[in-house]
Design a protein around this ligand. Structure first.
Ligand code: 13P
Length: 336
């Protein structure tokens, strides 16, 4: 795969006013979300829910692509159209989560490392044939007493770089996601420091593994106070800290950065992205790859009547996409 093709895909993922919807919850994670609203976690309900999301009318106005899960990329609409084809036919790029989740990092209590490198080349080859053109890998960095360690950060960065190199070899754009977790009572400055060290380690590893940044997308967490810190940071404070941290660590050759929502409210996730874009011009397009902040309202509505509430739930997906699409341009306002 030529770097030009990878770069073209990467740029399309962050086209002006568009972002990604993350619907790549593992079966264990989607069960948690379904349990939260009283939906039984059967294969058919998971399929029906993903069909609802992906067939939202005019979704591609604001959505450039979606990240799918292994089960989902093999599923089809009720009428038998494979989800990856439905997306491509509607101008959206299929993506796939390829990591195999986090596991305890031996010797480092409280820390985790993401697994999934063994056999990855063959899996990527299959996902490409199934229609995927980008692939996500999520690393998790927890903040707590004496953590994260440098060992944990570097082990995760190394795995991210190994996966990214394999993706590019197989023609998929890597969406590298080092998530600094919001849980904890740390302050915003601690989140800044941890995010900075994490990104430095990540980009050093990407360089060492010959990953071409022009064909790579970063999925970043925002710089926020810990969720139980009691600290209240303003929208501008979060936006300025996040931008400063990214500018001092992320090369300008990267085609784009998308954010995860990480447990922020729908409105906070949108407001923070909007504020960062208003503070531009920035070295890269800044957009979204939200999971919960794109889906929560729709899931709640759908759960009230899964046979009847499809169109209403889709209308809320479209609204969230529109708000975040405007935020990706710095043109969102609360009332809009
Ligand atoms: P959230 O936006 O819900 O954090 O999910 C995004 C994601 O893909 C996490 O890996």
């Amino acid at each position: 795969m030529s770097i030009e093709q990878l770069a073209e895909t990467a740029l399309a993922m962050v086209a002006p006013g568009k972002g990604i919807i993350a619907i790549d919850e593992s079966n264990a994670t989607i069960k948690k979300r379904f349990d939260g609203v009283g939906i039984e976690c059967t294969e058919e309900n998971r399929r029906a829910y993903r069909e609802l999301l992906l067939s939202t009318p005019k979704l591609s106005d604001y959505i450039s692509g979606a990240i799918l899960y292994d089960e989902t990329i093999r599923q089809s609409t009720r009428d038998g159209v494979p989800f990856a084809r439905l997306m491509a036919d509607n101008g959206m790029i299929p993506g796939i989560k390829v990591d195999k989740g986090t596991h305890a990092l031996a010797g480092f209590p409280g820390e985790v490392v993401t697994e999934g490198l063994d056999g990855l080349r063959a899996r990527l080859e299959e996902y490409y044939k199934l229609g995927a053109r980008f692939a996500k890998w999520r690393a998790v960095i927890n903040i707590g007493d004496d953590i994260p360690s440098g060992t944990c950060i570097d082990a995760n960065a190394h795995a991210l770089a190994r996966y990214a190199a394999l993706c590019q070899e197989q023609g998929l754009v890597p969406m590298v996601e080092p998530e600094v977790i919001m849980d904890g009572n740390h302050d915003i400055d601690t989140c800044y420091e941890v995010t900075e060290v994490t990104l430095r380690s990540l980009f050093a590893s990407l360089y060492e593994q010959n990953v071409m940044l022009e064909g790579t997308i970063l999925k970043a967490s925002m710089v926020l106070p810990g969720s139980t810190s009691g600290e209240d940071a303003s929208v501008e404070e979060v936006a300025a800290a996040t931008l400063q941290c990214l500018k001092s660590t992320v090369p300008a050759t990267l085609p784009g950065i998308v954010f995860l929502s990480g447990g922020q409210s729908d409105e906070a996730a949108t407001a923070h992205l909007d504020a960062m874009n208003r503070m531009g011009p920035n070295p890269w397009p800044l957009s979204f790859s939200y999971g919960r902040a794109m889906q929560s309202a729709a899931l709640k509505l759908w759960s009230q009547d899964i046979a009847k509430n499809i169109a209403d739930a889709q209308a809320t997906v479209y609204e969230r996409a529109r708000a975040n699409g405007l935020a990706a341009l710095g043109e969102w306002s609360k009332a809009a």
